[in-house]
Design a protein around this ligand. Sequence first.
Ligand code: SAM
Length: 250
Amino acid sequence: MTNSLFDDPRYAACYDAFFPPQERDDHRFYLPLIMAARSVLDVGCGTGKLLHHAREAGHTGRLVGLDPAEGMLTRARRRTDVEWVRGDLTSVSYPGEFDLVVMTGHAFQELTADEDLRAALATIAAALTGGGAFAFETRNPAVRGWEGWESEYALSIPDPEGSGGVVRMTIEAETPVTGDIVYSITRLTGPAWPGLRTSRSALRFPGAEEVDARLAEAGLTVAERYGDFDRSPLTAGSPEIVTIARKERA
Ligand SMILES: C[S@@+](CC[C@H](N)C(=O)[O-])C[C@H]1O[C@@H](n2cnc3c(N)ncnc32)[C@H](O)[C@@H]1O
C-alpha cells in the first residue's frame, strides 16, 4: 500500500513545516555520514532536504535522491545540483556506485511486503561499493509508539501558500494492532483542501532481530546499532532501531 499523501503537492508543500529540518535529530546523525562519503543514494528522499543540506555544507561528490512520489520530488528539485530520480528500488540499478545509501524519516518502514523488503535490500547491497554502508532507522516496535501518535502528530502550521490560514494534521493508528504492520489514518484540514483530506497508510515495524536477518540475507552486516540518533545503545525502551550495515570489501 503506497501512501498517496506523498504524491499530493499540497501535503508536500507542508511537509518541511510540519517536520522542520533544522529541528530534526536524524539529520544531525546522517549529515556527517553523508559528508564523509563520496557518493550517496538517499532512498525515499522525500522533499530532499537532507541532500540539500549536504550540498550547502560543501559536499562535492555525487548525491542522488530516489523517491516514488512526484509531489515530494517536486520540492526536492528546487535544488538542481543533486540527481533526483522518480522511482523505487525495483526500478533502478546502480551496481557498485555508492559509498553510502541512507533511508531516513522511517522510509524503511514503507517497505511493508516481504518481497518488497527483500528486493529493496538486494538492490541496496548491489548499489554499494565494497566496504560501503547502508544507514537507516526503523521505529522500535517494543515501545508501541503508535499508541501516542494522536498527540505526537497533532500538528498545525501556517498555510505555506501564505493565505493566512492554518493547516492542521492528525495521525491516528488503527487498533488493535496485530502483527508488525500498523495502519493509520492521516487527517488534514486547511485552505488548500476544500474539505477534510484523509489518507490511510501502512508501516512495518520489524524488530532488530528481523532487521538483522533481512540484512544478512542481502549480504550486509550490522556494524553499528543505536537506540536513538544520539547514539545511545538499543534497549527495550529505545524509540528507534538505528543501524549502519556494511557490505564486505571485495
Ligand atoms: C516520511 S517520508 C520521509 C522522507 C525523507 N526521507 C525525510 O526524511 O524527510 C517517506 C518517504 O518514503 C517514500 N516512499 C514510499 N514508499 C517507498 C518505496 N517503496 N521506496 C522508496 N521510497 C518510498 C515516500 O514517497 C516518502 O517521500
